[in-house]
Design a protein around this ligand. Structure first.
Ligand code: ADE
Length: 224
């Protein structure tokens, strides 16, 4: 898979995507990630990427020309183009799964008050939000999308089953049961006895009940 991130802050994307599992996925060729500076697609002396909004109002709006030039330069006939924006569709595990099946993603990152709407109308397949809050720029949001997508690619996680049994992607869409490791007694806080019992059916039942209880308490919306 190939991912091109287009942003005025390529270093913000490059940092977290150059560590740990993302670093290994890139080094082993399972994903090719390139972080482009939007200003490289400007043609004026000042490398200007924003301008005042038509109709007035606070802040600046990102100009269309650099985005059009960047997408034109990078797009193939197999590309899905995403725009990071708090006005987008809420990102979820299921969407990560569908992005992971694409050959090529281009991720456009907004900044300032927004992006000229012609970019969205003409270039963008999906507007994506990572949640109902506003960040200073979309690059941090793009990193989150890339991490969630790349870890689903075959071979990226050491154990291919480890993305199956986790919250949101298990059969029933419940939160995971609590996990414990040694010591069995830490400062008087004991690991639930059933997990030490070696009784697999009882452990499975306990985990299922814990999943339901935790989901009801923390994310009742998932049970609807
Ligand atoms: N840019 C600013 N806030 C954002 C959000 N919540 N999701 C995606 N992009 C953003």
């Amino acid at each position: 898979m190939k991912i091109d991130i287009i942003t005025i802050f390529p270093e913000i994307a490059e940092g977290p995507l150059s560590e740990s599992i993302m670093k290994r996925a890139r080094e082993s060729g399972l994903v090719e990630i390139r972080c482009h500076d939007l200003r490289d697609y400007t043609t004026d002396r000042h490398r200007q990427v924003d301008d005042e909004p038509y109709g007035g109002g606070p802040g600046m709006v990102m100009k269309p020309e650099p985005f059009f030039a960047a997408v034109e330069a990078l797009k193939t006939d197999k590309t899905r183009v995403l725009m990071m924006t708090p006005q987008g569709k809420p990102f979820q595990q299921e969407i990560a799964g569908s992005f992971a099946e694409e050959e090529h993603l281009i991720i456009l990152c907004g900044h300032y008050e927004g992006v000229d709407h012609r970019v969205i109308e003409a270039l963008v397949d999906d507007e994506i939000s990572i949640g109902d809050y506003v960040l200073t720029n979309g690059t941090i949001a793009a990193v989150i999308i890339v991490d969630a997508v790349v870890r689903l690619l075959p071979g990226v996680l050491g154990d291919d089953t480890s993305s199956v049994e986790e919250s949101f992607s298990g059969d029933e869409g419940l939160l995971e049961a609590p996990q414990y490791t040694r010591p069995a007694d830490f400062n008087g806080m004991k690991v639930p006895g059933v997990l030490l019992s070696g009784h697999h059916r009882k452990i499975a039942e306990w985990r299922k009940a814990q999943s339901v209880d935790r989901t009801r308490e923390i994310r009742p919306d998932l049970l609807d």
